[in-house]
Design a protein around this ligand. Structure first.
Ligand SMILES: [Zn+2]
Length: 283
């Protein structure tokens, strides 16, 4: 409909701590508090192909090792790697969630010119730790995982490079974990927080304004600046791949951190046009 020039460009996602960047915690009094702990972060190559393939390709560099202090078998290593790749392909690369790139006018309002883009995440296995941003640490069984402070069980986890021996973002997981766990932990690798709501865990609170809020990519719209994870009782929003095993529900907000990075890149590199980015369900 227009002679709009759609960008094809390459860039990097390089977020060291996703808390305060992709999400915040809010009190009923209205104030935001940054989460005190280091949240995993998000590091990837970003290829925006809005002109050619109408796709956003996000490549994450992973290196796989045995969990510290263990020697996992080749079979266990392969099983974990395959599980991660399969879950990314079947769940995170589903075509239902798409990114929308839209053109803004001088005052930051949508002009009505937009283009839908598929989103594809790709795990790239590197030859060495040196060229990886993520380390997949594979344990033979869940009982072999390290004890997390304050817990009596040994859950899988993703940890910021600020705290790890490898200085890379580490996913600690057992080869025997079900597929859902690999998908959930991958969500942490692309900037997402947990969305648990059960008593004793203070992430998502169905009643009231207090709780977790993810940052929307279209933050230039003042009245709609923040998108709440908080929703009404019995809302299907309360059960997602980031909250409830074995629920595989993914919502537009689960691509918001990626959309924030796409918006940053296109607006930094495009010469004249200003773009907004959003995520929607589509068929
Ligand atoms: Zn989690």
């Amino acid at each position: 409909m227009s002679d709009q020039h759609w960008p094809d460009m390459l860039g990097r996602i390089h977020t060291g701590n996703s808390a305060g960047v992709y999400y915040n915690y809010y009190a009923d009094t209205g104030g935001a508090h940054r989460v005190s702990q280091q949240a995993p972060g998000y590091k990837a190559s970003l290829s925006i192909m809005a002109s050619s393939k109408r796709k956003v390709l996000v490549t994450l560099n992973f290196f796989a090792i045995s969990g510290y202090g263990f020697s996992s078998t080749a079979g266990e290593m392969q099983r974990a790697k395959d599980n991660l790749v399969d879950q990314v392909r079947s769940l995170w690369n589903q075509r239902r969630l798409r990114m929308i790139l839209f053109v803004l006018d001088d005052r930051g309002r949508p002009t009505g010119v937009s283009r839908n883009l598929d989103v594809e995440f790709r795990i790239r296995w590197t030859q060495s730790m040196a060229s990886a941003d993520y380390v997949l640490c594979v344990y033979p069984t869940q009982n072999d995982l390290p004890m997390v402070p304050g817990r009596t069980d040994r859950p899988p986890f993703v940890m910021s490079g600020a705290w790890t021996q490898s200085h890379r973002i580490e996913m600690h997981i057992a080869a025997t974990e079900p597929a859902w766990t690999f998908s959930h932990e991958f969500g942490h690798c692309i900037g997402l927080p947990d969305e648990y709501s059960h008593p004793g865990v203070g992430y998502l609170k169905p009643e009231g304004r207090e709780g977790l809020l993810l940052q929307r990519p279209d933050a230039f719209i003042p009245a709609n600046r923040q998108g709440g994870v908080v929703a009404g009782r019995r809302s299907p929003d309360l059960r997602t791949g980031m909250s409830t095993n074995p629920n595989n529900n993914l919502l537009p907000r689960h691509l918001w951190p990626t959309a924030i990075e796409v918006r940053r890149l296109v607006n930094r590199l495009s010469k004249s046009t200003k773009f907004g980015v959003d995520v929607n369900f589509s068929r």
